[in-house]
Design a protein around this ligand. Sequence first.
Ligand code: BG6
Ligand code: MG
Length: 220
Amino acid sequence: EIKGLIFDLDGVIVDTAKYHFLAWKKLAQNLRIPFTESDNERLKGVSRLRSFEIILEIGGLTMSEEEKEKCCTEKNNLYLEYIYQLKSDEILPGVRKFLSDAREKGYKIALGSGSRNAKLILEKLEITDLFDVIADGTIISQAKPDPEIFIKGAKLLELPAESCIVFEDAAAGIEGAHAAGMYAVGIGTAENLPKAEIILPGLKGITIKDIINKLQIHIK
Ligand code: BG6
Ligand code: MG
C-alpha cells in the first residue's frame, strides 16, 4: 500500500531550469565556452559539479578540482540572485492543490531533491509546510541516479521503500527511484522518460487518487 510520496523539486514543483541556464550561461561566457539552451537540457537532474564538467567538455577545457569547485560556487551565487527574486506564483500549475489534497487524504510527503538550495526555494514558493520531511542535496553523498536521496527520504518518513512513489522529471531520477525499489511517476513525455510507470505532462487537474488508480492498472 502506498503511504508516502517523494517529490523532486526542479522541474516537478518549479521550473528552475531557466535560472540554472542563465547562471551557467554567464559563467560559460566568462570562460568563452559556447552554451545553448539545448545544451542546458543535458543538465536537468544532474548535480552541480557534474553539470559544470559537461560545460567544460563542451568547451574542450580541463580544470583542477579546486578550480572546478570555485566555478561551481560562482555559478551558485549567480543562480541565487534569481532565486532570491522567485515568486510564490511560479509554482507549477496544480502542484499546490495536488500536495494539499494528498496530505488531507493522509499521505506523507517528502522532498527528494539533489539541490542544496531546496529549502530556500520551498520558502520562496511558500510551501515548506506542505512537506513532512525534506531530503535535499545537503544530506547526500551520491547524486541521482544513485538511490540515496530516495532511500533517505523514505527513512525520514519512517516508511519502507515499497510504500513510496517518486515524482520525477529527469531520467536519472526515475532510475534512482527504481534502484530504491519505488515506482516512479514521470513528469514529462514518454520519449524522455520511457522507464516511468506513469507519465504525465504535469500535475494540473490530477489527484493522488488518479495516480493510485493508474498504478493499480499498471502493476496488475
Ligand atoms: C537538480 C537540478 O534538481 O539539482 C540540476 O535539476 C541542479 O539542474 C541540481 O544542478 C543541483 O542543484 P543546486 O541547486 O544544488 O545547484
Ligand atoms: Mg528535476
